[in-house]
Design a protein around this ligand. Structure first.
Ligand code: AHR
Length: 667
């Protein structure tokens, strides 16, 4: 028997009850051959919910930049929502929304501002989403489309028939009107053209506003008025908010699923998410209502999603509608699934095939050329495609799914299609969805479950006896829901326990993503979420920490791990070990969902003599109710240290904890 040092228990928070029970044993088989599992197991689910895209991850700072808001987005909204007409220093003028000569048919509305008497400026003001955050010394890229109005638009003949250029000032101002920076332009000509410049902020302001002023008598048509911080994630144009994108990148997600969730299949047939409307120049994209109660500009569209995946080394996992809209459309749960008319299905199927060409086709193919024109001539390497999102499994769904699936199988056998099995872990749609997918030979199925923390503990064996000959599982949406929907340590640890079971079954479960990912504070439509944010801060939750710890401690092989000697059948203890071939390390994760610390005997069978210390992460708290959903700093943080290990040692596992041992194995 090798020496077995008794490691000091690392206890965070108040002293726990030390369980009187005999030690349980966690046995990790380090030298037996491991079972290959999915290295991309832990990924993220991105849906534009709770202002995750516009007003969130998408770095645009102007709200309703293209004047396309309407009451279909949100009761009471209209094309001028979030804008104001401003008249400064004796200025007189007016604004109207027009659609007579649009920039593009997909972007039909624009503003026409007329300065009858310029005074110190007549124009438009926008306050972004709860104000525009600016930082001293940072550069902001301003751009807009404009054309001079000379004749007959809205108010009759223009007052400046000589057609001299229109001076325009764009300004960032504090809430009190204090100037924070400006850029000046001259607009000449009656044709739409893009204007761009930069504003350097001279002061920091959390809730600034953007103002665009006409400097002389006359009229201007304006559209797609945009303001981006120069510092986007990886400096991308039309890019992502750097802090939020980095928070996602820090998860080291194996994949990113987008654009939903329910957003993918939409509120009614007219609201399906059509990928091709979200690529190409942003002013030509076709925004639409978001079923979570606001507008999707689709400025964050398929190109940006794919580029983000590439930037963070994650697989892209898009989901297209299965030719049907959400069964909960029109506020009628379960009864409003409608299918694209069968006569139109061939065109829809072609849209799905076109997506593969857009993502993977050569730069001189029809859709590959669109990707190349956006700056990405190389293929994106799409391998997985979801078809359908927790749809009700009806004859109408089946017929349309089959059409899409068979076309993909024939034309693109290299693409792994992911089918759907309804919104719950069990029940009619689950059974029907699996049966139909099995009948068709669909290679992977998307499962969803939002369930209480205890459910995860009770179902850790869900995939153990799973028939490996069947389709692989993508656990596309899951989260532990407390009755009050808070992000507690209890829920985070239940998810951690679930993740150990998914690692153990990583040969059957290919992917798993917590849902939803992001939510803007004060605009949250769904709880819990993984990460909350406001204009200037990001608030990762305790659940995020668990996802991050698993994402950063992934593996390629599952090493047999046993837990024995539990006090009773209900004891909450789970463990798994993976071998990360990239680093050569073995990673043992142990979760204690109990309220007492737990004496453990840890046996690392086959531990090489050269391995006598491990990096230890302890994520533990005395209070399972600890929660930071309200924007507070996490009450519990992972603590790291280096500890001695041996083939057989004692360890006092803290109450309410996830602990991770990372130790090198010989290469
Ligand atoms: O994740 C939030 C929602 O939950 C998704 O849009 C939907 O697929 C599920 O019902």
């Amino acid at each position: 028997m090798p020496d077995s040092p008794a490691l000091p228990a690392r206890v965070v928070g108040a002293a726990p009850d030390i369980a009187a029970s005999a030690p349980a044993t966690v046995l990790a088989e380090l030298s037996k051959p491991g079972k290959p599992i999915s290295r991309a197991l832990v990924g993220v689910f991105f849906e534009d919910i709770s202002y995750s895209a516009d007003g969130g991850l998408y770095a645009e700072l102007i709200q309703n930049r293209s004047f396309e808001y309407s009451s279909a987005d949100h009761l009471g909204w209209h094309a001028f929502t979030s804008w104001e007409l401003v008249k400064r220093g004796g200025g007189r003028g007016a604004v109207a929304i027009d659609r007579a000569l649009p920039l593009h048919p997909n972007n039909p509305h624009y503003a026409v501002v007329r300065a009858e008497e310029p005074g110190e400026g007549v124009g438009l003001l926008n306050t972004g989403w709860d104000g525009i955050p600016v930082r001293a010394g940072e550069i902001y890229d301003v751009s807009f489309f404009a054309r001079q109005c000379f004749m007959g638009e809205m108010w009759g003949p223009d007052s400046d028939p000589a057609g001299r250029p229109m001076p325009v000032i764009t300004r960032l101002e504090g809430p009190d009107g204090r100037l924070l920076g400006e850029a000046r332009f001259e607009i000449a000509g009656a044709d739409w053209h893009r204007i761009e410049g930069e504003i350097v902020a001279v002061a920091t302001e959390e809730a600034a506003r953007f103002v665009l002023l006409l400097g002389k008598q006359g009229g201007l048509a304006l559209d797609e008025i945009s303001l981006f911080p120069r510092k986007t994630f990886r400096g991308r144009k039309n890019g992502l908010r750097a802090d939020l994108a980095q928070t996602i990148a820090d998860l080291k997600p194996g994949f990113v699923r987008f654009p939903g969730g329910c957003v993918a299949h939409g509120n009614g047939l007219g609201n399906l998410y059509r990928w091709q409307d979200t690529v190409g120049p942003v002013e030509q994209r076709k925004g639409q209502p978001n079923l979570w109660g606001y507008h999707q500009s689709v400025g964050l569209g398929y190109f940006e999603y794919f580029q983000f995946c590439e930037d963070i080394g994650a697989l892209p996992l898009p989901v297209v509608a299965a030719g049907v809209c959400c069964q909960n459309s029109a506020h009628t749960p379960g009864r409003c699934q409608h299918g694209i008319p069968l006569a139109e299905m061939p065109a829809y199927v072609q849209e799905v095939l076109d997506l593969i060409e857009w993502a993977n086709g050569p730069a001189d193919s029809r859709w590959g050329a669109v990707r190349a024109a956006a700056g990405h001539p190389e293929p994106f390497g799409l391998k997985y495609l979801g078809v359908g999102n927790e749809d009700k499994i009806t004859p109408g769904f089946k017929e349309r799914f089959r059409m899409i699936f068979e076309a993909l199988r024939e034309k693109h056998p290299e693409i792994v299609v992911i089918g759907t099995s309804g919104p719950f872990a069990h029940g009619e749609d689950y059974d029907l969805g699996w049966a139909y997918a099995t009948e068709l030979g669909v290679p992977m199925i998307d499962e969803h479950y939002y369930v209480p923390p205890q459910w995860f503990w009770d179902n850790l064996g869900r995939y153990d006896a799973y028939d490996r000959a069947k389709a692989k599982v993508y656990l596309g949406e899951y989260a532990a829901h407390e009755p009050d929907r808070r992000n507690t340590l209890r829920s985070a640890l239940a998810e951690a326990a679930c993740l150990t079971s998914l690692e153990r079954n990583g040969d059957a479960v290919a992917f798993a993503s917590y849902a939803p990912l992001l939510a803007r504070r004060s605009h949250t439509r769904w709880a819990p979420d993984l990460v909350y944010f406001d204009n200037t801060r990001v608030y990762p939750t305790l659940n995020y920490e668990v996802q991050r710890l698993f994402g950063q401690n992934r593996g390629d092989l599952f090493l047999e791990t046993g837990v024995s000697g539990l006090g009773d059948a209900g004891e909450k203890l789970a463990a798994s070990t993976v071998h990360d071939l990239a680093s050569g390390d073995a990673v043992l994760k142990i979760v204690n969902g109990g309220a007492s610390s737990r004496p453990l005997r840890i046996r690392l069978a086959g531990l090489p003599a050269s391995s006598r210390s491990a990096a230890l992460v302890v994520f533990a708290g005395a209070d399972p109710d600890a929660c930071n959903q309200d924007g507070q700093a996490p009450a519990v943080r992972p603590e790291t240290s280096t500890v001695p290990i041996s083939e057989d040692f004692d360890f006092l596992l803290p109450a309410n904890s996830l602990v991770i041992f990372r130790l090198p194995l010989p290469r």
